[in-house]
Design a protein around this ligand. Structure first.
Ligand SMILES: NC(=O)c1ccc[n+]([C@@H]2O[C@H](COP(=O)([O-])OP(=O)(O)OC[C@H]3O[C@@H](n4cnc5c(N)ncnc54)[C@H](O)[C@@H]3O)[C@@H](O)[C@H]2O)c1
Length: 248
Protein backbone atom coordinates (compact mmCIF):
# COMPACT_ATOMS: atom_id res chain seq x y z
CA UNK A 1 0.00 0.00 0.00
CA UNK A 2 1.18 3.56 -0.73
CA UNK A 3 2.91 5.25 2.20
CA UNK A 4 0.34 8.03 1.88
CA UNK A 5 -2.30 5.66 3.21
CA UNK A 6 -0.21 4.51 6.19
CA UNK A 7 0.35 6.04 9.62
CA UNK A 8 3.59 4.27 10.54
CA UNK A 9 5.09 5.67 13.73
CA UNK A 10 2.62 8.54 13.94
CA UNK A 11 1.14 9.21 17.37
CA UNK A 12 -2.67 9.02 17.38
CA UNK A 13 -4.71 9.91 20.45
CA UNK A 14 -8.27 8.53 20.55
CA UNK A 15 -10.66 9.78 23.24
CA UNK A 16 -13.18 7.25 24.46
CA UNK A 17 -10.87 4.59 23.08
CA UNK A 18 -11.73 2.04 25.77
CA UNK A 19 -15.24 1.16 24.50
CA UNK A 20 -17.40 0.68 21.44
CA UNK A 21 -16.51 2.68 18.34
CA UNK A 22 -13.33 3.89 20.04
CA UNK A 23 -12.03 0.32 20.24
CA UNK A 24 -12.57 -0.13 16.49
CA UNK A 25 -10.81 3.16 15.79
CA UNK A 26 -7.83 2.17 17.96
CA UNK A 27 -7.60 -1.24 16.26
CA UNK A 28 -7.71 0.14 12.72
CA UNK A 29 -5.24 2.95 13.43
CA UNK A 30 -2.83 0.46 15.06
CA UNK A 31 -3.12 -1.80 11.98
CA UNK A 32 -2.21 1.21 9.83
CA UNK A 33 0.99 1.57 11.84
CA UNK A 34 0.03 4.37 14.23
CA UNK A 35 1.36 4.61 17.77
CA UNK A 36 -2.08 4.66 19.36
CA UNK A 37 -2.76 6.40 22.68
CA UNK A 38 -6.03 5.09 24.13
CA UNK A 39 -7.37 8.08 26.08
CA UNK A 40 -10.32 7.46 28.38
CA UNK A 41 -11.63 8.25 31.82
CA UNK A 42 -11.84 4.46 32.20
CA UNK A 43 -8.14 4.06 32.91
CA UNK A 44 -8.35 0.30 33.47
CA UNK A 45 -10.22 -0.35 30.23
CA UNK A 46 -7.88 1.91 28.29
CA UNK A 47 -4.80 0.13 29.64
CA UNK A 48 -6.36 -3.27 28.92
CA UNK A 49 -7.05 -2.42 25.28
CA UNK A 50 -3.64 -0.79 24.86
CA UNK A 51 -1.97 -3.99 26.05
CA UNK A 52 -3.76 -6.06 23.40
CA UNK A 53 -2.79 -3.64 20.60
CA UNK A 54 0.80 -2.90 21.55
CA UNK A 55 -0.46 0.62 22.19
CA UNK A 56 -0.28 2.93 25.20
CA UNK A 57 -2.94 4.64 27.28
CA UNK A 58 -3.61 7.79 29.24
CA UNK A 59 -6.32 8.53 31.80
CA UNK A 60 -8.28 11.68 31.03
CA UNK A 61 -11.62 13.22 31.87
CA UNK A 62 -12.26 15.39 28.82
CA UNK A 63 -14.76 17.55 30.74
CA UNK A 64 -12.05 18.64 33.20
CA UNK A 65 -9.69 21.29 31.82
CA UNK A 66 -6.87 20.44 34.24
CA UNK A 67 -7.15 16.75 33.38
CA UNK A 68 -7.03 17.48 29.64
CA UNK A 69 -4.02 19.79 29.99
CA UNK A 70 -2.15 17.24 32.12
CA UNK A 71 -3.01 14.26 29.89
CA UNK A 72 -1.97 16.04 26.68
CA UNK A 73 1.30 17.20 28.26
CA UNK A 74 1.95 13.63 29.39
CA UNK A 75 1.35 12.27 25.89
CA UNK A 76 3.66 14.84 24.29
CA UNK A 77 6.40 14.21 26.86
CA UNK A 78 6.24 10.40 26.79
CA UNK A 79 5.30 9.56 23.20
CA UNK A 80 5.77 12.75 21.17
CA UNK A 81 3.42 15.28 19.61
CA UNK A 82 0.31 13.61 18.19
CA UNK A 83 -0.17 13.56 14.44
CA UNK A 84 -3.82 12.69 14.98
CA UNK A 85 -6.53 13.49 17.50
CA UNK A 86 -9.81 11.60 17.28
CA UNK A 87 -12.52 13.26 19.38
CA UNK A 88 -14.64 10.15 19.80
CA UNK A 89 -15.72 10.05 23.48
CA UNK A 90 -19.40 10.82 23.90
CA UNK A 91 -22.55 10.23 25.94
CA UNK A 92 -25.78 9.12 24.25
CA UNK A 93 -28.27 9.50 27.10
CA UNK A 94 -31.79 10.66 26.22
CA UNK A 95 -34.32 12.95 27.89
CA UNK A 96 -37.61 14.10 26.39
CA UNK A 97 -37.60 17.77 25.41
CA UNK A 98 -40.68 18.62 27.50
CA UNK A 99 -39.07 17.01 30.58
CA UNK A 100 -35.72 18.63 29.82
CA UNK A 101 -33.39 19.55 32.67
CA UNK A 102 -30.33 21.76 32.89
CA UNK A 103 -28.44 18.90 34.56
CA UNK A 104 -28.99 16.58 31.61
CA UNK A 105 -28.12 19.27 29.07
CA UNK A 106 -24.87 20.09 30.86
CA UNK A 107 -23.93 16.46 31.44
CA UNK A 108 -24.27 15.58 27.74
CA UNK A 109 -22.84 18.81 26.37
CA UNK A 110 -19.85 18.78 28.73
CA UNK A 111 -18.65 15.44 27.37
CA UNK A 112 -19.79 15.82 23.75
CA UNK A 113 -18.96 19.49 23.07
CA UNK A 114 -16.76 20.99 25.80
CA UNK A 115 -14.54 17.90 25.77
CA UNK A 116 -13.72 18.06 22.03
CA UNK A 117 -13.04 21.80 22.36
CA UNK A 118 -10.55 21.29 25.22
CA UNK A 119 -8.85 18.34 23.53
CA UNK A 120 -8.64 20.19 20.21
CA UNK A 121 -7.11 23.25 21.86
CA UNK A 122 -4.45 21.31 23.75
CA UNK A 123 -3.45 18.91 20.99
CA UNK A 124 -3.52 21.61 18.30
CA UNK A 125 -1.24 23.80 20.42
CA UNK A 126 1.30 20.97 20.43
CA UNK A 127 0.87 20.33 16.69
CA UNK A 128 1.38 24.01 15.91
CA UNK A 129 4.46 24.17 18.15
CA UNK A 130 5.99 21.22 16.30
CA UNK A 131 5.16 22.72 12.91
CA UNK A 132 4.58 19.48 10.99
CA UNK A 133 0.83 19.66 10.52
CA UNK A 134 -1.66 17.14 11.77
CA UNK A 135 -5.13 15.68 11.65
CA UNK A 136 -8.21 16.08 13.84
CA UNK A 137 -11.30 13.93 13.34
CA UNK A 138 -14.49 14.71 15.24
CA UNK A 139 -17.26 12.15 15.81
CA UNK A 140 -20.73 13.66 15.57
CA UNK A 141 -23.80 11.59 14.63
CA UNK A 142 -25.76 10.75 11.48
CA UNK A 143 -28.75 11.89 13.53
CA UNK A 144 -27.80 15.40 12.40
CA UNK A 145 -29.21 14.33 9.00
CA UNK A 146 -32.44 12.91 10.48
CA UNK A 147 -33.49 9.28 11.16
CA UNK A 148 -33.04 9.54 14.91
CA UNK A 149 -35.17 8.78 18.01
CA UNK A 150 -36.97 10.83 20.63
CA UNK A 151 -35.11 12.29 23.59
CA UNK A 152 -32.07 13.56 21.73
CA UNK A 153 -32.41 17.36 22.03
CA UNK A 154 -29.34 17.77 24.24
CA UNK A 155 -27.44 15.08 22.33
CA UNK A 156 -28.11 16.45 18.85
CA UNK A 157 -27.37 19.98 20.05
CA UNK A 158 -24.00 18.75 21.33
CA UNK A 159 -23.29 17.02 18.02
CA UNK A 160 -24.25 20.17 16.13
CA UNK A 161 -21.67 21.96 18.27
CA UNK A 162 -19.08 19.36 17.29
CA UNK A 163 -19.87 19.87 13.60
CA UNK A 164 -19.52 23.63 14.06
CA UNK A 165 -16.27 23.13 15.98
CA UNK A 166 -14.95 21.30 12.91
CA UNK A 167 -15.78 24.31 10.73
CA UNK A 168 -14.19 26.87 13.04
CA UNK A 169 -11.08 24.85 13.85
CA UNK A 170 -10.53 23.81 10.21
CA UNK A 171 -10.47 27.51 9.35
CA UNK A 172 -8.05 28.56 12.09
CA UNK A 173 -5.74 25.56 11.77
CA UNK A 174 -5.43 25.40 7.97
CA UNK A 175 -2.44 27.76 8.00
CA UNK A 176 -0.69 25.16 10.17
CA UNK A 177 -1.41 22.29 7.75
CA UNK A 178 -3.80 20.75 10.26
CA UNK A 179 -7.02 19.36 8.79
CA UNK A 180 -10.23 18.93 10.76
CA UNK A 181 -13.06 16.69 9.54
CA UNK A 182 -16.22 15.10 10.89
CA UNK A 183 -17.41 11.50 10.82
CA UNK A 184 -21.11 10.84 11.38
CA UNK A 185 -21.68 7.33 12.74
CA UNK A 186 -25.06 5.72 12.23
CA UNK A 187 -26.41 3.18 14.70
CA UNK A 188 -23.70 0.93 16.15
CA UNK A 189 -24.52 -1.58 18.88
CA UNK A 190 -21.96 -0.41 21.42
CA UNK A 191 -22.10 -0.45 25.24
CA UNK A 192 -22.81 3.29 25.16
CA UNK A 193 -25.68 3.01 22.67
CA UNK A 194 -27.29 -0.07 24.23
CA UNK A 195 -26.86 1.22 27.78
CA UNK A 196 -27.95 4.80 27.12
CA UNK A 197 -30.22 6.09 29.86
CA UNK A 198 -33.59 7.70 29.20
CA UNK A 199 -36.98 7.01 27.59
CA UNK A 200 -37.35 4.18 25.05
CA UNK A 201 -35.72 4.93 21.68
CA UNK A 202 -38.90 5.67 19.70
CA UNK A 203 -38.51 6.93 16.15
CA UNK A 204 -37.15 6.12 12.68
CA UNK A 205 -33.58 5.80 14.00
CA UNK A 206 -34.63 2.59 15.73
CA UNK A 207 -35.00 0.66 12.45
CA UNK A 208 -32.56 -1.60 10.70
CA UNK A 209 -30.73 0.50 8.08
CA UNK A 210 -30.76 -0.72 4.45
CA UNK A 211 -27.21 -2.07 4.59
CA UNK A 212 -27.53 -3.53 8.10
CA UNK A 213 -25.96 -2.39 11.34
CA UNK A 214 -22.48 -0.86 11.19
CA UNK A 215 -19.71 -2.12 13.41
CA UNK A 216 -17.06 0.03 15.12
CA UNK A 217 -14.51 -0.77 12.41
CA UNK A 218 -16.84 0.60 9.72
CA UNK A 219 -16.74 3.96 11.46
CA UNK A 220 -12.99 3.59 11.93
CA UNK A 221 -12.45 3.23 8.17
CA UNK A 222 -13.78 6.75 7.64
CA UNK A 223 -11.62 8.08 10.47
CA UNK A 224 -8.58 6.39 8.92
CA UNK A 225 -9.11 8.07 5.56
CA UNK A 226 -9.20 11.55 7.09
CA UNK A 227 -6.14 10.68 9.24
CA UNK A 228 -3.84 9.67 6.41
CA UNK A 229 -1.22 11.84 4.70
CA UNK A 230 -3.21 11.12 1.50
CA UNK A 231 -6.06 13.32 2.75
CA UNK A 232 -3.90 16.41 3.16
CA UNK A 233 -6.20 18.61 1.05
CA UNK A 234 -9.40 17.38 2.69
CA UNK A 235 -10.66 19.60 5.48
CA UNK A 236 -14.03 20.64 6.95
CA UNK A 237 -15.69 17.64 5.31
CA UNK A 238 -18.39 15.39 6.71
CA UNK A 239 -18.49 11.66 6.02
CA UNK A 240 -21.59 9.81 7.13
CA UNK A 241 -21.29 6.07 7.81
CA UNK A 242 -24.97 5.37 8.28
CA UNK A 243 -25.46 2.08 6.40
CA UNK A 244 -27.88 3.76 4.02
CA UNK A 245 -30.23 5.55 6.45
CA UNK A 246 -30.00 8.67 4.30
CA UNK A 247 -31.73 6.99 1.34
CA UNK A 248 -34.76 5.91 3.37
N1 LIG B 1 -23.02 3.89 18.94
C1 LIG B 1 -23.78 4.62 18.12
O1 LIG B 1 -24.82 4.14 17.64
C2 LIG B 1 -23.39 6.03 17.76
C3 LIG B 1 -24.13 6.70 16.77
C4 LIG B 1 -23.79 8.00 16.44
C5 LIG B 1 -22.72 8.62 17.07
N2 LIG B 1 -22.01 7.94 18.04
C6 LIG B 1 -20.89 8.64 18.69
O2 LIG B 1 -19.73 7.85 18.61
C7 LIG B 1 -18.92 8.09 19.76
C8 LIG B 1 -18.58 6.78 20.45
O3 LIG B 1 -19.79 6.17 20.87
P1 LIG B 1 -19.86 4.68 21.46
O4 LIG B 1 -21.20 4.18 21.11
O5 LIG B 1 -18.66 3.89 21.08
O6 LIG B 1 -19.84 5.01 23.05
P2 LIG B 1 -19.39 4.13 24.32
O7 LIG B 1 -20.18 4.68 25.47
O8 LIG B 1 -19.44 2.68 24.06
O9 LIG B 1 -17.88 4.58 24.54
C9 LIG B 1 -17.58 5.90 24.92
C10 LIG B 1 -16.25 5.95 25.65
O10 LIG B 1 -16.05 7.32 26.05
C11 LIG B 1 -15.55 7.34 27.36
N3 LIG B 1 -15.89 8.60 28.01
C12 LIG B 1 -17.13 9.04 28.34
N4 LIG B 1 -17.03 10.21 28.98
C13 LIG B 1 -15.71 10.52 29.03
C14 LIG B 1 -14.98 11.61 29.58
N5 LIG B 1 -15.60 12.61 30.23
N6 LIG B 1 -13.64 11.63 29.43
C15 LIG B 1 -13.02 10.62 28.80
N7 LIG B 1 -13.64 9.55 28.28
C16 LIG B 1 -14.98 9.51 28.40
C17 LIG B 1 -16.21 6.15 28.06
O11 LIG B 1 -15.47 5.74 29.21
C18 LIG B 1 -16.21 5.11 26.94
O12 LIG B 1 -15.02 4.34 26.97
C19 LIG B 1 -19.70 9.05 20.64
O13 LIG B 1 -19.26 10.37 20.39
C20 LIG B 1 -21.13 8.87 20.17
O14 LIG B 1 -21.93 10.01 20.42
C21 LIG B 1 -22.34 6.67 18.40
Amino acid sequence: MSEAFRLDGRVAIVTGGASGIGVGICEVLAEAGARVVVADRDAVGAARLAATLGAVSVAVDITDEASVVAACAEVVARYGTPWLLVNNAGLQHREMLLDGTVDHWKRVNDVNALGPFLMTREVARAMVARGQGGRIVNCASSGLHGQFVQGLAAYLASKGAVAALTLASAFELAEHAITVNTVLPGGVGTPGAIGAEGPPPVGPGNRRPPLGMCGPRDIAAAVLFFATPAARYVTNQVLSVDAGFSVT
